[in-house]
Design a protein around this ligand. Structure first.
Ligand code: BG6
Length: 478
């Protein structure tokens, strides 16, 4: 198992799940800012945003979150102590353009990220920036129904131009959209759109996706024009789908399930819609509107690398009688009897990461970046303020060993940023108690707590993994 000397070890967060300070220094509302906690039916709100907007909830987890906005110096210092080489974070679009279509950017918002990047540079941590991580300004949802409207492309590009110019020399790695295929599953967070009252929701979702794909291509072009050092990646919710049996019908179902996500990366990496797209559109009664220049823009501006999130593999069957399901990252999967399951129903499959990496690399032959991976679990703080999260270490070790094996297989991988390196608010459930971090944050599901940061056992473990450039993964017993 050989990680290259410049392998980028680190962790990942997103502005909308950690910053808090939801109206501070001129920030506009983010999509998540109207979503309640799990106890107040967050899931319903996620799929009925108009209703959510009209409701006064008791508690909004994103409003304060872990208050990274006021703790970033302390937090980045802890990342440095673990030895991070890279920190994946996102910029909050409504912090820069509060309404999304403002004439001028919000200087205070820009200044905040100046300070964050300076802090990273102080410790020689390379920022990896997601430009839009579930964070289209809420005002654009209200005014345009989000990405269904083609005007979002220009608004996004204006935002990108501000970022590329302002942070030139500070940031070199960019991701255009977090988990771009999520727009099909959580359209409100993925693209600021409401599909509830539409007759053909797929029409709106794929049209919005098309706009994002064109925007991503044009942002890639712009990033390269502003600074030829810039490296731009796409970002996919990955996780190989296994067939439930060797019945060819199951194999065919699994192949098609994976195509749903690869569809996006095919466009971003190859520069054109895949051959199977027409059939999908026919079956779903989707008729896309294209501008004359779209085909050219997609073709000429493909991404430099491919990033993805991986939490688990998935399982599918063509037989509707195979029923036993389990939860996964937003969409459920059939339960795989060979795998362990977390308290939230997500399954652990380290080898699935190796399979997924080989599959993606075979398909695109571009460098990969694993930008999300991790285990969301409840943690217990002892009276001595210790957190013994051996379950998390086990999950991460299993996954990282397989990542190393994929590199041995010949897969080119730039780095690894585990998700939620510091505890933050869950995107799916709004809970704090679903913790992924190496760093514990004292805050509960009701928003109570001191916000104090504590180091978990996994903090010291990851520190050793990074210090030995992965060798420590092999020194340990299972
Ligand atoms: C990914 C997202 O889907 O999974 C993150 O990019 C999210 O924003 C992560 O937090 C884990 O999901 P959850 O629902 O456990 O927060």
């Amino acid at each position: 198992m050989k990680f290259s000397d410049n392998f980028l070890w680190g962790g990942a967060t997103a502005a909308n799940q950690c910053e808090g300070a939801y109206l501070t220094d001129g920030k506009g509302l983010s999509l998540v800012d109207i979503l309640p906690a799990k106890t107040e039916k967050r899931n319903e709100a996620l799929f009925d945003p108009k209703q959510a907007l009209a409701t006064n909830y008791q508690y909004y987890p994103s409003h304060e979150s872990i208050d990274f906005y006021h703790h970033f110096r302390e937090d980045i210092k802890l990342f440095a102590e673990m030895g991070f080489k890279v920190y994946r974070m996102s910029i909050s679009w409504p912090r820069i353009f509060p309404n999304g279509d403002d004439e001028q950017p919000n200087e205070q918002g820009l200044k905040f990220y100046d300070e964050v990047f300076a802090e990273c540079r102080k410790y020689k941590i390379e920022p990896l920036v997601t430009i839009n991580h579930f964070d289209t300004p809420l005002a654009l949802f209200k005014k345009y129904n989000g990405w269904t409207d083609r005007r979002l492309i220009d608004l996004y590009l204006k935002y990108c131009e501000v970022l590329f110019k302002r942070y030139k020399g500070q940031v070199k790695y960019w991701l255009t959209f977090n988990e771009i295929n999520m727009i099909l599953h959580i359209p409100f967070l993925g693209g600021g759109l409401d599909v509830k009252s539409t007759e053909i929701p797929e029409q709106l979702k794929y049209q919005a996706a098309h706009h994002q794909l064109v925007a991503s291509a044009l942002a890639t072009k712009l990033a390269h024009e502003v600074d030829d050092e810039n490296q731009v990646g796409c970002m996919l919710v990955a996780g190989q789908t296994y067939p439930y049996t060797c019945n060819p019908k199951d194999v065919w179902a699994a192949l098609n399930a994976d195509r749903e996500g690869y569809f996006f990366i095919d466009v971003q990496s190859r520069g054109y819609y895949p051959s199977y797209a027409d059939k999908i559109f026919r079956e779903k009664e989707v008729e896309l509107e294209w501008a004359e220049t779209d085909r050219r823009d997609l073709y000429e501006n493909t991404v430099d690398f491919i990033s993805f999130s991986y939490y688990s593999s998935r399982l599918t069957s063509a037989d509707p009688n195979v029923m036993e399901k389990t939860a996964g990252n937003i969409f459920a999967s059939l339960k795989n009897p060979y795998l362990k399951t977390s308290s939230w129903g997500w399954q652990t499959d380290g080898l699935g990461l190796r399979i997924t990496m080989n599959q993606i690399y075979d398909r695109y032959q571009k460098p990969l970046f694993v930008v999300e991976n991790g285990l969301g679990e409840k943690d217990l703080v002892t009276p001595e303020d210790e957190i013994h999260d051996q379950y998390r270490i086990d999950y991460l070790r299993e996954n990282l060993r397989e990542l190393g094996a994929a590199i041995e297989d010949g897969v080119e991988c730039l780095g690894y940023t585990s998700w939620g390196c510091i505890d933050l608010v869950s995107a799916g459930s709004g809970e704090m108690s679903k913790r992924y971090g190496y760093i514990y944050v004292d805050r509960n599901d009701k928003g109570e707590g001191s916000l104090q940061r504590l180091k978990k056992d996994s903090f010291y473990w990851y520190q050793k993994v990074i210090a030995t450039n992965g060798k420590y993964l092999l020194e340990e017993d299972d």
